[in-house]
Ligand binder design. Structure first.
Ligand SMILES: *Cc1c(COP(=O)(O)O)cnc(C)c1O
Length: 419
């Protein structure tokens, strides 16, 4: 491939030994089985973009396209990203922190989770490489996003999920006409099967053979946070962890902005959040270990339920290097945090959002995040897709006959109860 046909990418590079590979659909080093990552020509990128050129572009994640792994213009998911960054003053007061922001990917386009970022990159790159069928192993949101974005791009899609997912996540894959395969097992078993299928069929598996490109899409969340804060990184960013990939890419995103001269290096700290019922990474971090021990997931936070996280080792490394920390919350704490976020900021997050807000509360209460600092919480998915998790925990509507008298009686009763 000539230089102008690979955009600003240089090669795929092994994270362990640094060996380089052509920019194809491949993800592991043949020598040490290390994961491959996209390497870029940062000198050329630095010359090509500035705060002004970026500001003049449409408000999508593709305004940072030189830093994303496509050779030409994106052909899938051109509208994705640039979700709101909300100044969350009411929640800040409850959590006892000076400055708090919510990066709200619960309203990402088109499938209401941060996964639209990774999928638009993976499918755009899959088309560049000539694939007609795409697939994924998913805990739910990825399946939704692959199904929807493949439909609009005219690609055939196969999505593999644990068969016990939330109803909303299953319907949200089927509706787009994807072939949905429910596997009787945990995500880690789904993933193992998909590795075998990816080797046998010539498909673009977004998080298997396309993983080096796919994972890069997550960096756009960091670029947007920094630009929306007026071109600075927050002191603390709190990120939910499933495989741990998003956390490592938020770190890489901030570092790249420093490298190409768009922000100053303020040494931002990146914190990881998990559910206690599936907490291999946070458990290792709290014990001061470099490696995690695989677990069997048992939590309502199904989107984060990966017991053998592919990027767990690198997520631990980022937290160590930025002197940050991880923590985890129980299912009850997750539900309480979903309610707290909804009642203070009017944002209905899925279980992963409850995990992140719950862990933010713990990190602030314990003093690990100082009360006078600035914090960004990443809310990565929408509560409408995980209604099962909270439906019996948020009360019931008051039922009355269509009568003014009954309504007034109800109000009087409520006043008495709340007095
Ligand atoms: C996939 C997902 C994540 C994080 O995934 P990583 O594998 O750690 O990159 C976070 N939140 C939600 C809602 C997700 O669906």
């Amino acid at each position: 491939m000539s230089e102008q046909h690979q955009g600003y990418m240089k090669a795929l590079k092994c994270r362990e030994c640094g060996r380089e590979y052509p920019l194809e659909a491949t993800h592991v080093c043949e020598f040490d089985f290390g994961p491959l990552e996209v390497a870029y020509d940062y000198d050329r990128i630095k010359k090509a973009i500035s705060r002004e050129t970026i500001a003049a572009r449409p408000k999508t994640m593709w305004r940072y396209r030189e830093l994303l792994p496509v050779a030409g213009d994106p052909t899938v998911g051109a509208q994705v990203g640039f979700t709101p960054l909300i100044k969350a003053d009411r929640l800040a007061k409850k959590l006892g922190i000076r400055e708090l922001w919510i990066k709200n990917d619960a309203v990402n386009y088109p499938t209401l989770s941060f996964k639209d970022r990774v999928v638009s990159v993976a499918l755009s790159r899959s088309k560049e490489l000539g694939f007609e069928t795409v697939a994924c192993a998913s805990t739910g949101n990825l399946a939704n996003s692959v199904a929807a974005n493949a439909a609009s791009a005219g690609l055939k899609s196969f999505v593999f999920i644990p068969s016990d997912l939330e109803h909303g996540k299953i319907v949200n894959s089927l509706i787009y006409g994807a072939t949905v395969i429910g596997i009787k097992g945990h995500y880690d078993e789904v993933n193992r099967l998909c590795a075998e299928i990816a080797g046998k069929f010539g498909w673009a598996f977004v998080n298997v053979n396309m993983r080096p490109y796919y994972a890069e899409g997550s960096k756009s969340m960091a670029y947007e946070i920094a630009e929306q804060l007026g071109w600075r990184a927050p002191q603390h960013t709190i990120v939910p962890m499933a495989s741990g990939s998003l956390l490592t890419k938020i770190h890489k995103g901030y570092q790249e902005l420093v490298k190409v001269g768009l922000i100053a290096d303020s040494q931002p700290k990146i914190y990881g959040a998990q559910a206690t019922g599936c907490s291999p990474i946070s458990t290792a971090q709290k014990a001061g270990l470099d490696f995690f021990k695989p677990v069997k997931p048992d939590t309502i936070a199904k989107s984060l339920a990966i017991g053998t996280p592919a990027d767990g080792f690198y997520a631990l490394k980022v937290m160590r290097e930025t002197t940050a920390a991880a923590d985890d919350v129980t299912d009850d704490e997750i539900r309480d945090a979903i309610k707290l976020l909804a009642e203070t900021e009017g944002i209905f997050a899925e279980t992963a959002g409850g995990v992140t807000v719950g862990v933010a509360k713990k990190l602030i209460e314990s003093g690990k995040i100082p009360k006078n600092d600035s914090v960004v919480i990443c809310v990565t998915g929408n509560g409408l897709k995980t209604l099962d998790a909270v439906q019996h925990h948020c009360g019931k509507p008051h039922e009355i006959k269509p009568s003014l008298r009954e309504f007034e009686a109800l109000l009087a009763h409520e006043e008495k109860v709340n007095a």
